[in-house]
Design a protein around this ligand. Structure first.
Ligand code: GDP
Length: 506
């Protein structure tokens, strides 16, 4: 194994050096003073060759990783990832099933936010992180949920114990009702203003140690000013898990939020049957790339239009990389999810060498859905999110909560899926998060390009990656004005916070 490791190390080193020598030679001034046609020819050969060399570099990097893995012990990363996931799921189960319901501390979270499905699930995920960080059982109030009226129609209850809680209808007559942890079963009899009454929830602002209220209501994440955000808010990673996570995952917060979502989105029996039925019908095989094209209302203010070609260029590159890696051609499949039917039609027409699988393909789905699932809306978006998360790679716009959700859930299916997405716009973020910072790993020198200057180790607040080698940001505690800097000079800074360690869960 040591020999293999040394060999991979040499390959990496050689490939990097050769790439530099090649670029230096090709970019010499003289070569560019040619006719436009010759320049174009040179440019396209250069692009092709650099891409091929980079694909090989990434192949050598993953080979090196494999060699390291087998040197340490076969499959250790896999085992560590699985064990950590089991631990977190056990903790969440424990939190949601307290021995004594009456005394348990609770966090009440209302999910009737006036926004789309992805946005509402992210609100629930934020509440769940809040609950975990404050050791409070999460109680979701889904009364009036615009999607289905109640959570349990779609997902499993968040807890299963038979817990009793006192519920006041309209604040007049006390009523002892069987109270399932997952929702305010009595809340539907109340008006919105009374909804919190059964649990006597107090606002977060009234939270005071050493006698915190038994039930608090989760504040909207946006309502917490940057100064008053608790340190455990996204994208913080629990201190007791960070060492394990950094051993197998490239973006620990993403992995953590994926675990919370996995627990939250366990399908109800009916949704489970629906997903199974659709899965069989769509008959997906691997490899497959998930493409999410978000248009319609999103283009009014929140995101820009991207053509089908922009998405498909990334898909082509992904399949090309695989061909270089495995040395064989494969059937090119795409799972296409979109809120714009025309995008699917365009893709099918322009890319006849691809097999497109889509729940939007009404020509194929009409009459196939059993009548039990006549309401496609909610189930449709859940299906698309789940299917995207099961793909081998996703191309999308991370400005969309639908794609962020799929990318987060994807983490639970792989040891490290942090690199398995290509976003045509934003970098990954969690709405309402604390400052997103990178740490400079090289000092910024003049010839690196851009205007932002920093020293090695400086923290940089990132506003976005321009996908051309440059990112936009400003130095923490320095420039207020955002400027460009070379993206390769900085890396994600992991934000670590102290969370409870749940020692009672083995
Ligand atoms: P965002 O607006 O894209 O950030 O995400 P939201 O989930 O908050 O709102 C978008 C809504 O549009 C979703 O909840 C869906 O109702 C719908 N939608 C967007 N993209 C898709 C898709 O690919 N498939 C389906 N079925 N619905 C989608």
């Amino acid at each position: 194994t040591l020999g293999r490791l040394k060999n991979r190390e040499l390959r990496l080193d050689t490939a990097t050096r050769e790439l530099w020598l090649y670029l230096r030679d090709k970019l010499r001034d003289g070569d560019w003073s040619k006719t436009p046609a010759e320049t174009e020819d040179l440019r396209s050969k250069l692009l092709h060759s650099v891409k091929e060399q980079l694909d090989l570099l990434s192949l050598h990097a993953s080979d090196t990783q494999d060699a390291i893995d087998s040197f340490i012990s076969e499959g250790w990363r896999d085992t560590l990832a699985r064990e950590t996931a089991t631990l977190v799921q056990k903790r969440l189960h424990h939190l949601q099933n307290p021995e004594n319901c009456d005394n348990a501390k609770k966090l009440l979270c209302r999910i009737s936010k006036p926004c789309g499905f992805g946005c509402q699930i992210h609100h629930a995920a934020y509440c769940f992180i809040f609950a975990y960080a404050t050791e409070r059982m999460l109680v979701l109030d889904s009364s009036g949920w615009r999607y289905s009226g109640k959570w349990e129609a779609v997902f499993q209850p968040l807890g299963t114990s038979n817990c009793k809680a006192t519920c006041h209808t309209g604040g007049i007559s006390p009523l002892s009702a069987p109270f399932l942890f997952h929702s305010l079963t009595c809340a539907h009899t109340l008006t919105h203003t009374h909804t919190l009454e059964p649990l006597g929830a107090q606002p977060w602002s009234s939270y005071k140690e050493p006698h915190p209220p038994q039930v608090i209501q989760a504040p909207a994440i946006e309502s917490l000013g940057s100064m008053s955000k608790p340190s455990f808010l996204p994208m913080a990673v629990p201190a007791d898990l960070v060492e394990r996570l950094t051993s197998f995952h490239g973006y620990p917060f993403l992995w953590v939020v994926g675990q919370f979502l996995q627990y939250l989105m366990r399908p109800s029996q009916q949704l489970g049957e629906y997903l199974e039925e659709r899965r069989k019908f769509l008959n997906i095989s691997h490899p497959i790339v998930g493409v999410h094209i978000r248009r319609t209302d999103k283009l009014q203010q929140e995101a820009s239009y991207h053509s089908v070609e922009e998405y498909m260029t990334q898909v082509e590159e992904w399949y090309d990389r695989r061909e270089t890696m495995y040395g064989k051609k494969e059937e090119k499949r795409v799972y296409l999810a979109t809120d714009d039917q025309t995008a699917l039609n365009q893709a099918i027409e322009a890319y006849p060498n691809y097999k497109f699988v889509s729940d939007n393909d009404v020509s194929k789905t009409a009459g196939e859905l059993s009548s039990r699932y006549s309401q496609r809306g909610l189930y449709g978006v859940v299906l698309d999110v789940v299917m995207l998360s099961e793909c081998d790679y996703i191309v999308c716009t991370l400005s969309s909560q639908v794609c962020r959700l799929a990318y987060e859930l994807m983490q639970a299916h792989h040891v490290d899926a942090s690199r398995l997405v290509y976003s045509l716009d934003d970098v990954y973020y969690f709405g309402g998060q604390q400052e997103h910072v990178l740490r400079a790993i090289h000092r910024k020198t003049e010839n690196g390009g851009g205007n932002l200057d920093f020293a090695k180790g400086d923290l940089i607040k990132i506003a976005g990656n321009h996908l051309n080698g440059f990112s936009l940001g400003n130095r923490q505690g320095g420039h207020v004005r955002r400027e460009l800097f070379p993206s390769y000079k900085a890396e994600e800074e992991i934000r670590v916070a102290n969370f409870p360690t749940y020692p009672e869960v083995s």
